[in-house]
Design a protein around this ligand. Sequence first.
Ligand SMILES: Cc1ncc(COP(=O)(O)O)c(C=O)c1O
Length: 420
Amino acid sequence: MKKRDFLKTITAASIGMPLSMFPATAWLESLNQYPEIDHTTNEDFWSEVRKDYLLKPDYINLESGYYNIIPKPTLDHLMEHIKMVNYQGSYYMRTVQWDNKERMANSLGELLGCTSKNLIITRNTTESLDMVIKGFPWKEGDEAVYALQDYGAMKDMFAQVAHHFGVTTRTVSVPNHPKNDEAIVQLYADAITPNTRLLMVCHMINITGHILPIKKICDMAHSKDVQVMVDGAHCVGHFEFDINDLNCDYYGSSLHKWLAVPLGTGMLYVKDEHINTLWPLFAESKREPGDISRLNHMGTHPVYHDLAIENAIAYYNMLGGKRKEKRLRYLQRYWTDQVRDHKGIIINTPVEPHRSCAIANVGIEGIKPSDLASRLLKDYSIFTVAIDYANVKGCRITPNVFTTTEELDELVRALKEMAQ
Ligand SMILES: Cc1ncc(COP(=O)(O)O)c(C=O)c1O
């Protein structure tokens, strides 16, 4: 069926639908009957998706890295959850609060290919990973390994742990353009000593968008008796993977990033054998051994945000995980391929398609990253973020499913003009 006919049918069918069923969403849902159609470069298709987003017209938003704007259907559901919890008050909190949270963990487990027995819903990656770093059963003289390109909050927690428990930290520097997977694995292997207990590694480095060979790093680390904690802040809902396939010990992510759950939602995966050995961030009353809820005490918080997890997953599934991943990678390649070999322009993200997805980083010779970001905004109305540390000098460019190729054409034009 042609798209025009689809739209006619769906528009007619959508009369009388509940408020949250937007026409664009209904159209998308119907398209899933035809999974064999590749929509990666179908701009009509993605402009329908864009209708599910309320976007500020003042600038081109190429900064979806901090968190993702949530689509209108999920926003609608969030509003309904807020009203429902407010209506029921303490009754809600004392009756179904925990069952609902467990249901969200089950949905998330299904999405990520692991069981909810190994998953907790947290507020963000910082909470998830800092719990592991701070709660690891350290002994004086133990060592930890991580990269200069890792996220500041986790590096700060390692510094605190080093001070508190007498732990030594060793850092590696991940090249922006690795020779191959083995070179990256070797980099981490070289930093491990007989005293190393924990290795932290980014699934995707946030400042460059570089995807690392996690399974190979975990296999290597385990062969040396070292546990691996993966920072997957940017990965859930961005590209497809199963946690169990990674063979990691801990995996933390922020669901308010690429899964587009409302702000303040995250997750932590903990392998069976570590559930009892971690110290929780907040103490929980007695639990049976192996019950991961011992790590999940957090006090009273906006529970309605958690409730939107299953709505965001439903939206993501409707969009299609593979379809979204392919589109995001296409958008990144759409602009990077046009400027990668351009004089004066430096792409700080690996060229091999499997080593990146939506995010890439670009610098211009002779222009400070902060100046580049301000000129992009002031002269071209393009919003990005400047990065200037750990061998990365440039602006992080993060398109989303609502980004158009015309917007990226404007970025390419801006970069070429400034490089001249
Ligand atoms: C790689 C990485 N780790 C951790 C975080 C922290 O995420 P949050 O602020 O949601 O806790 C971020 C945030 O951007 C990140 O990029």
